[in-house]
Ligand binder design. Structure first.
Ligand code: ARG
Length: 572
């Protein structure tokens, strides 16, 4: 189905285009009339004519079928009001469409989404939470739009620390080490290794030798390394399950995966004349990057003694994703601090010819999670906060909130619901803030059933489902027609019909907060409607109409939340 916005936009575009080819009507939803076109002023400027006169000209050229009223306001805004007939047809189209008007793409793209990416034998912290939650929401949106998503969990599984980690594993004994890693005690494992490394010269020596053995592919060393990787990946999978994130162990393609490709990367760079020896390292100096003193900034591909690093791996990954996975889009969900790293990697990949202009390549950056003191979120002891600990606390609070509300659920049901609410709280708080801004991690605010929160939206959905439960009889929307005699009904209808644009805006700009804002607005429109318009006590056609609006609202909330990775329980 064509969305209401598109329908109107097409009509207006024809009229605008006949005056200046390609002119944009700049159509927006509006509270004066149903929609407002703001493009007349720009058009008038181009034509060198008075805006109000041009406005009249546009109106005379628009196909007005389905448009009840056009009003020229102010310096030349067009306020458009639709006929009930158009509303009726569009709402019916939505009722009959499981996708609620969200289109399926006609040009399927392969999109490689790099997200989550924790590090082996290190705890997942709040930075990984943001990457995981935002990346997963976008992965769901891309899949729903009909694209082919290749998730890449680029875990840190290689580098010099693995020497000391393997030696520490041997000191502990394999069983003991596995036991400590499998309970997710990753940080203390890492810390103990580090302490020994710093204090004990013999251990340091062993660790160094172990790195060499690892890089040389020594079979026993590789086996021990794999224990660390497998245990960590299994632990990450538990965290993903707890968060209801779609990543699977099969999506883990860690840094080590690219080891075999690094020689080819270097060969390509040499052939392209890009590789330069500098300070004992092999570097590329992409134009346009300078340090504070204005000196050219190197992307270090290979350090003299230590071999390849983070940048080399990312270069190999771009190369692999474009040439082997045939990606049309590459998206990296990584924090703002890595902005320069990615700019340089992309620049070098373009210079090397691995990244054609036709491939959209973006570092989808996000801000920090802050503590109540507005500093980086840390425990009282100054350590990074364990992601699972946060989730567990959120579940406890959600459970307490349910008990406080006098829930009648049995303990199993209650624990499932508490988990769903906790996930919604944590994910929505993250997704609903403008991605690039920092936000304060405040569980009390996130879990509240009122305000712009995940649980509020879940509750709005569950409340509508309870209307249908109270109805006590099966109800089918087939008979519903839409007169929209009440303003609150009309406002709700307009909100419902704006779903495709809200999705499109969030999707196109990779900004899930736009979808969040839309859903929150819709829930508020529903509340006003429900206050003004009795549903179950109304009769006949009016009751069918209102039930149909309830049905559409609950379906929109359900689908909208699911695209964000948030469940909408039937009952709360
Ligand atoms: N493991 C890295 C970290 O914890 C993030 C990796 C992001 N992805 C990438 N392709 N570099 O900071």
């Amino acid at each position: 189905m064509t969305s209401t916005y598109d329908l109107l936009n097409q009509r207006l575009s024809v009229a605008f285009d006949s005056l200046v080819p390609g002119a944009d009507p700049v159509l927006r939803p509006s509270d004066r009339g149903d929609y407002q076109a703001n493009g007349v002023m720009a058009l008038a400027k181009q034509l060198g004519r008075a805006p109000r006169e041009v406005a009249d000209d546009v109106v005379a050229r628009v196909n007005l079928e389905g448009i009840a009223r056009v009003e020229v306001a102010g310096p030349g805004f067009l306020n458009l009001t639709l006929t009930p007939g158009v509303f009726g047809r569009q709402l019916r189209g939505m009722l009959d469409d499981p996708r609620l008007g969200l289109p399926v793409t006609t040009t399927v793209k392969t999109v490689v989404i790099d997200y989550s990416a924790p590090n082996v034998a290190k705890e997942m912290h709040v930075g990984h939470l943001r990457s995981t939650v935002i990346g997963d929401a976008l992965a769901r949106m891309y899949r729903f739009a009909g694209h082919t998503v290749v998730a890449r969990n680029h875990v840190g599984d290689w580098g010099t620390p693995f020497g000391m980690l393997i030696e520490h594993l041997l000191d502990l004994g394999e069983d003991e080490a596995i036991a400590s890693l499998s309970i997710g005690d990753l940080d203390s494992f890492y810390r103990s290794a580090r302490v020994k490394f710093d204090a004990d010269d013999a251990f340091k020596e062993r660790s160094r030798a172990r790195v060499v053995a690892l890089q040389a592919g020594d079979p026993e060393t590789s086996r021990l390394w794999k224990i660390l990787v497998d245990q960590s990946v299994a632990y990450f999978a538990e965290v993903y399950a707890k968060l209801d994130v779609t990543l699977t162990p099969g999506d883990v393609v860690g840094e080590s995966f690219y080891n075999d490709m690094l020689d080819d990367v270097v060969a390509d760079l040499v052939r392209a004349g890009l590789l330069v020896e500098s300070g004992g390292a092999r570097c590329v100096f992409p134009p346009g990057f300078a340090n504070r003193d204005g000196e050219p900034l190197p992307l270090i591909v290979q350090k003299g003694d230590e071999g390849f690093g983070y940048a080399a791996t990312d270069l190999a990954a771009v190369r692999d994703r474009v040439s082997n996975l045939h990606a049309d889009e590459l998206l990296y969900f990584v924090g703002v601090p890595q902005a320069q790293h990615f700019e340089m990697v992309f620049a070098v990949a373009r210079l090397a010819g691995w990244l054609p202009d036709s491939v959209r390549c973006e570092h989808v950056a996000f801000g920090n999670v802050l503590g109540p003191d507005r500093k980086m979120f840390k425990t009282r002891g100054g350590e990074t906060v364990k992601l699972v600990a946060l989730l567990d606390e959120a579940i406890e609070r959600a459970d307490a909130a349910l008990v406080g509300r006098g829930t009648e659920l049995d303990p199993t049901e209650r624990s499932i619901l508490a988990t769903q609410i906790a996930r919604a709280a944590v994910k929505y708080a993250d997704l609903s803030t403008d991605r690039e801004r920092d936000y304060i991690f405040d569980l009390d605010r996130m879990i509240a059933f009122e305000g712009d929160t995940g649980p509020y939206l879940q509750y709005a959905h569950a409340r509508i489902r309870s209307i249908f439960r109270r109805l006590g009889e099966p109800w089918r929307s087939d008979a519903a027609t839409f007169a929209l005699a009440n303003d609150a009904e009309r406002d709700l209808a307009l909100g419902l019909l704006a779903f495709p644009e809200a999705f499109e805006a969030a999707f196109r700009t990779l900004q899930p907060h736009r979808l969040c804002g839309y859903l929150f607005d819709l829930a508020q429109r529903f509340t006003s409607f429900y206050e003004a318009c009795p549903v179950l006590s109304s009769k006949g056609a009016l009751r069918d109409e209102r039930l149909a609006l309830c049905e559409l609202t609950s379906r929109t909330l359900h689908l909208g939340l699911s695209l964000l990775g948030i469940e909408a329980p039937e009952q709360m």
